[in-house]
Design a protein around this ligand. Structure first.
Ligand code: GLU
Length: 487
C-alpha cells in the first residue's frame, strides 16, 4: 500500500509553494489508490501556533484536498501532531546512545560559532568537528556533574550516500564532508531530521514527496532510516516555485498564502488546477482540467526538474474560465459578501434582491478572475459615477448629441427593456443617425456608465432598467455628475 504524507510546520500561513507539495502528494496517493497522511511538524514550540494548524487544515480542505489520516480525522498511526510524539523521539535517542550510534555533545553554541568562524576563515567547510565523539568517561562525568546542557548528535560515517530520486535520478552525497548532526536539541526537542525519519518509519511512509530544498537533508534521513533498521521510502524532490523574477515565491510577489487567495474570492478548483500546472502538465497538454480527468495520467517522474514559475496572469486566465462556467447561484452566494462589504447591497440578507445580484454577476463574470473584483466591476450600477471632463467634451460633439437624443427618444417610448428590445433600439438609432459600431456604442456606454469599458451594453441597460437609463441620459444633458444612488 502506497503511503505518502504532507508534513507542514505550522509557523505561518500555508503558502502556494508549500500547498503545492500537498497537492502533488494527494494526487500521487489518488493515482495509486494509496493513503494520504497529514502530519503536523510542530516540534519547534517557539514558532509553531495552533491557529496555523487550524487554518492550514481549513485551507487544504477548501482547495478540495482530503486525507485518510491526520490530526483532525485520526488514524491507526496517531498521534499526527509531532508535539504529541515527544516520548517516541526520546526513546529512540536513548536507544541510539546505547547502541553507540549517537552521543551527547556539550559544546556550547558560542564555542560552536567560534569554531565555525575559524573554519570559514581558513576556507574549510564550517562543519561540526565531532569533538564530543571522543570524550573520555572522565570528561563526560565532569560535564554531567556540572549539569552542562547538551545536545545529542548522530554519528555520521565517512561514506558516500547514493540514492535514486524519482525526479532527479541518482543523487550522491559525500558524508566525509558533513559533521555529526544534532538529533535532540539542548531544550529536549527533537531536530527536524530525527522527527521526520522516526515518523516516516513508524507511519510506514513509502514515498516522500517534498521540496528540493530538502534534498541535502535526505542523506541524513537515510542514515537514520538505516539506524532504525527501516527500508527507506522512495524520494521525489519537487522543484520549488519562483516568482516571475526567478526568486523564491514570497509575499512580495503578491498574495502567496492560500487563505489570501480564498479571501480574494478565487474559486478553489481554479487555484487547484493552476497549482497542478506548476511543474507538471497532463499528457494532452490541456491547461484546464479537473483532477478526475487527469489523475490516471499522473506520473511523478515526468515532473519538471527546473523551477516552476508562478504566473499570476495565467492563474487569472484559468480562473476567469472557471468563473464563466460556474453556477450562477453559487456565484451570487460568493458575490453577496463583497457587495455588502462595499455597501452596494443591504447588510440584511432578507432584503437582497437576489435576481438583481444574479443579473449583475452574470453581466460581469466574464471579466473577473476572482470575486472580490466584482466591486470594481459593478460600482457603475451602485455608486455615484463621474463623467470626466474629457468624456463630457467627447459627448458634446454633434454626432454624439444626436445619438444620445435618438437613444433617449426611444427610451421614452419603452416600459421595460430586454436584450432583444435593446438591440432593436440600437438598430433604429443607427438607421436614424447613420452611425454604427463603436461610434454608436461608445457615447451610449459613456453616458450610461462614465466608462469606456465594462459589461455588454445590453446587460448594462437590462440591469439599470428603462428608468435608470433615462435618468442617466437626462443627467448627462444637464451636464451633471450623475448621482446614481438616487436612480
Ligand atoms: N516540515 C517540513 C517542511 O515544512 C517537512 C519536510 C518533509 O516533507 O520532510 O518543509
Amino acid at each position: 500500500m502506497i503511503r505518502v504524507r504532507f508534513a507542514p510546520s505550522p509557523t505561518g500561513l500555508l503558502h502556494i509553494g508549500n500547498a503545492r507539495m500537498a497537492v502533488f502528494n494527494w494526487l500521487f496517493a489518488k493515482r495509486h489508490n494509496g493513503v494520504f497522511v497529514l502530519r503536523i511538524e510542530d516540534t519547534d514550540v517557539a514558532r509553531s501556533e495552533k491557529r496555523y494548524t487550524t487554518q492550514l487544515i481549513e485551507d487544504l480542505r477548501w482547495l478540495g484536498l482530503s486525507w485518510q489520516e491526520g490530526p483532525d480525522v485520526g488514524g491507526s498511526y496517531a498521534p499526527y501532531l509531532q508535539s504529541e510524539r515527544m516520548h517516541i523521539y526520546h526513546d529512540v535517542c536513548k536507544k541510539f546512545i546505547t547502541d553507540g550510534l549517537a552521543y551527547r555533545c556539550y559544546c556550547t553554541p558560542e564555542a560552536l560559532e567560534e569554531r565555525r568562524q575559524i573554519a570559514r576563515l581558513s576556507g574549510k567547510p564550517p562543519r561540526y568537528d565531532n569533538r564530543c565523539r571522543a570524550l573520555t568517561d572522565k570528561q563526560i562525568q565532569a560535564f554531567e556533574a556540572s549539569q552542562s546542557p547538551y545536545t545529542i548528535r548522530f554519528k555520521v560515517p565517512d561514506e558516500q550516500i547514493v540514492f535514486e530520486d524519482l525526479i532527479r535520478g541518482t543523487c550522491r552525497f559525500d558524508m566525509s564532508l558533513a559533521g555529526d548532526f544534532v538529533i535532540m536539541r539542548s531544550d529536549a526537542t527533537p531536530s527536524f531530521h530525527l522527527a521526520v525519519a522516526v515518523d516516516d518509519t513508524l507511519m510506514d511512509i513509502t514515498h516522500v514527496i517534498r521540496g528540493e530544498d530538502h534534498l541535502s537533508n535526505t542523506p541524513c534521513h537515510l542514515l537514520l532510516f538505516h539506524a532504525l533498521k527501516q527500508k527507506p521510502p522512495q524520494f521525489a524532490h519537487l522543484s520549488l516555485t519562483m516568482g516571475a523574477d526567478r526568486s523564491l515565491l514570497s509575499k512580495r510577489h503578491g498574495a502567496s498564502s492560500i487563505s489570501e487567495y480564498r479571501k480574494m474570492g478565487y474559486l478553489p478548483e481554479a487555484l487547484l488546477n493552476y497549482m497542478m500546472l506548476l511543474g507538471w502538465a497532463p499528457k494532452d497538454k490541456k491547461e484546464k482540467f479537473n483532477v478526475d480527468e487527469v489523475v490516471d495520467t499522473f506520473d511523478i517522474s515526468s515532473m519538471s526538474k527546473s523551477s516552476a514559475i508562478f504566473d499570476q496572469q495565467k492563474l487569472d486566465w484559468i480562473s476567469g474560465q472557471y468563473m464563466r462556467e460556474a453556477d450562477i447561484e453559487r456565484l451570487a452566494d460568493l458575490a453577496i459578501p463583497y457587495l455588502q462589504a462595499a455597501g452596494f447591497v443591504s447588510p440584511d440578507h432578507g432584503n437582497i434582491d437576489r435576481n438583481r445580484v444574479k443579473s449583475i454577476v452574470d453581466a460581469v463574470k466574464g471579466n473577473m478572475a476572482c470575486m472580490s473584483q466584482i466591486v470594481q466591476e459593478t460600482d457603475i450600477f451602485f455608486k455615484d459615477a463621474v463623467v470626466s471632463e474629457d468624456h463630457i467634451k467627447f459627448l458634446s460633439s454633434e454626432t454624439c448629441q444626436s445619438i444620445l437624443e435618438a437613444f433617449y427618444a426611444k427610451l421614452q417610448k419603452l416600459d421595460s427593456v430586454s436584450p432583444d428590445i435593446f438591440k432593436e433600439m440600437l438598430k433604429s438609432v443607427q438607421k436614424e443617425t447613420k452611425v454604427g459600431g463603436k461610434g454608436l456604442y461608445m457615447p451610449i456606454r459613456i453616458a450610461l456608465t462614465g466608462r469606456e469599458h465594462g459589461p455588454e451594453l445590453y446587460s448594462i441597460a437590462n440591469i439599470l432598467g428603462v428608468g435608470g437609463c433615462r435618468k442617466r441620459i437626462e443627467q448627462f444633458f444637464k451636464k451633471e455628475h450623475y448621482d446614481i444612488k438616487t436612480l
